[in-house]
Design a protein around this ligand. Sequence first.
Ligand SMILES: *[C@@H]1O[C@H](CO)[C@@H](O)[C@H](O)[C@H]1NC(C)=O
Ligand SMILES: *[C@@H]1O[C@H](CO)[C@@H](O)[C@H](O)[C@H]1NC(C)=O
Ligand SMILES: *[C@@H]1O[C@H](CO)[C@@H](O)[C@H](O)[C@H]1NC(C)=O
Ligand SMILES: *[C@@H]1O[C@H](CO)[C@@H](O)[C@H](O)[C@H]1NC(C)=O
Length: 621
Amino acid sequence: MRVYGFLSVLMTLLLGSSNGQTPRQQNNTGFRCTGTRRCEAYAYYTASSPDFLDLASIGDLFEVSRLMISSPSNISNPSTALVPKQPLLVPLTCSCNRVNATFGSLSYANISYNIKPNDTFFVVSTFKFNNLTTYPSVEVVNPTLVATNLSIGQTTIFPVFCKCPNTTNFNYFISYVVQPSDNVSSIASTFGSDQQSIIDVNGDTLHDYDTIFVPVTRLPALSQAAGASPTAPGPTAENRTVSSGDDRTGTVRGLGIGLGVVGLLLILVSVLWVYREVVMKEKLGPGVVRDDEEEQRKVYFGGKEEKVDVKLMANVSDCLDKYRVFGVEELVEATDGFDQSCLVQGSVYRGEIDGEVFAIKKMKWNAYEELKILQKVNHGNLVKLEGFCIDPEEANCYLVYEYVENGSLYSWLHEDKNEKLNWKKRLRVAIDIANGLQYIHEHTRPRVVHKDIKSSNILLDSNMRAKIANFGLAKSGMNAITMHIVGTQGYIAPEYLADGVVSTKMDVFSFGVVLLELISGKEAIDEEGNLLWASAIKTFEVDNEPEKSSRLKEWLDKNFLRETFSTESLMGVLNVAIACLHRDPSKRPSIMDIVYALSKSEDMGFDISDEGIGSPRVVAR
Ligand SMILES: *[C@@H]1O[C@H](CO)[C@@H](O)[C@H](O)[C@H]1NC(C)=O
Ligand SMILES: *[C@@H]1O[C@H](CO)[C@@H](O)[C@H](O)[C@H]1NC(C)=O
Ligand SMILES: *[C@@H]1O[C@H](CO)[C@@H](O)[C@H](O)[C@H]1NC(C)=O
Ligand SMILES: *[C@@H]1O[C@H](CO)[C@@H](O)[C@H](O)[C@H]1NC(C)=O
């Protein structure tokens, strides 16, 4: 294998960079880039003994929290110990950094590291960062440090290699260090990527311990079976070079057709949009201030045609690539012509296409925002978009989602069902929602605020695991002010109602209301219009713990009375809920604190009631 590696290096040197593919790391000093783009990327990192067998130390190394590693890595409890070689996905903020005249700009995540005894650039890059960077590149980005004369505690930048996708075909590049047992096909299958894309990005020869970038549209689901071996044992070295160019013509033809379709859609969409804008403008009249983004869009779509093309092209082609495009007839047939019998709720219909069941949401042309957001998110606790359909004749747009069998949390809590959810299931649901929220609040760039978290937008699958649905009101970007209040009475955060302040903390507030519903079985707003959250705050405004506990017993869902469960767990969740409802958004816990606190409550032995949820102590790190 070593000989082979050497030979292939030699071949590359002799033949030049084969096929004109992207060059590998130049002289080990990193990957060149142009521009100033930043993006979210991930590094595939494996735990190793003795220092990196827990998420806290790995998080410290990469300057991220434990939860930021555990959630993309399919690890439910961030405090579990890891086994050597356990695979992890570590988030990186990847950027293109100007280095100097010789090296130009290099693409890496800028990680600060304080030198410890016995560290050298080589040791830290090779055994701590597991070859995700190299010592020559550490030297390049730290021009003032002398590698042979490091002092303990010295802050050093370790440039962890990463790359931003330059096409919209992929959402992330995962930095991966090639292992001797790998070949392109084993890597493709580990990450759910395809061989040709990996070759396109990295060239067609892999070198042991080089960092490559695996292009993916969604993060792979890592299997975390205890003691799992992270990389499939690969076949022999002989087939490590994969011939490229086998299916080029097909790709080109596909691209041609794709572009044709994009062109058509583009025209349709532009026409629809202009139409919609005209109608809206008439409806609203002059002087009505609308959402800032909406405003922007008006500019884009109203006059400047070239801008429209570029923006739309990017958006729609992105969707075409990832989603199935359904025909109107297909959807009409699937739903018996959108018959009442297929109606699930609101404008969502159940439809069966080729034996597969989907939820089909019929909307006027306002699906754009939801489409734009959904294409950026992908998480087990968010309802997945499968495809869409545009019907130019009726000016309708349809979004086609995965069908979630068990309906809404609202129906389970407030409608007559033979079966009631027990406390354990409810707590699980709460954690699922929190995980979904954590993903949109912390792992999407820009962040997404759902804006309409409520029990009827939470769906339960066949295992009673929860998924957040309905991103129709969601907004990306933070701390915007909007004049166009949307949302649902009983769940809306007071600051949003008063000033239109949009932030992730408004979702935290609404989540607090859902927690109250889970605990009490009461609706967010009753027939007389009394708000559940207001009554909860009044009820639990006592410092005296025994009194609080007895009021909780009064207040909780009577369906629990027959169950045995720990009051601490219940009290813990109530405290989380009350903390979420704080009037001052900045005093509400972050979703990360919430995930952590709820996980602790799930572990019934713990009592978090007297620690204070919003205190910095529960920030997971
Ligand atoms: C990093 O690469 C070197 C060879 O360059 C190898 O000896 C070492 O084991 C690799 N480190 C890890 C953690 O795989
Ligand atoms: C090593 O670094 C220390 C302090 O950073 C400095 O005083 C000393 O002169 C350096 N030695 C050499 C050989 O560069
Ligand atoms: C993306 O990068 C690849 C190689 O790095 C290059 O061949 C391709 O032209 C680039 N595409 C765009 C759209 O810039
Ligand atoms: C997550 O890990 C568990 C084992 O802990 C595994 O059974 C499950 O399949 C993994 N999830 C996914 C989506 O792969």
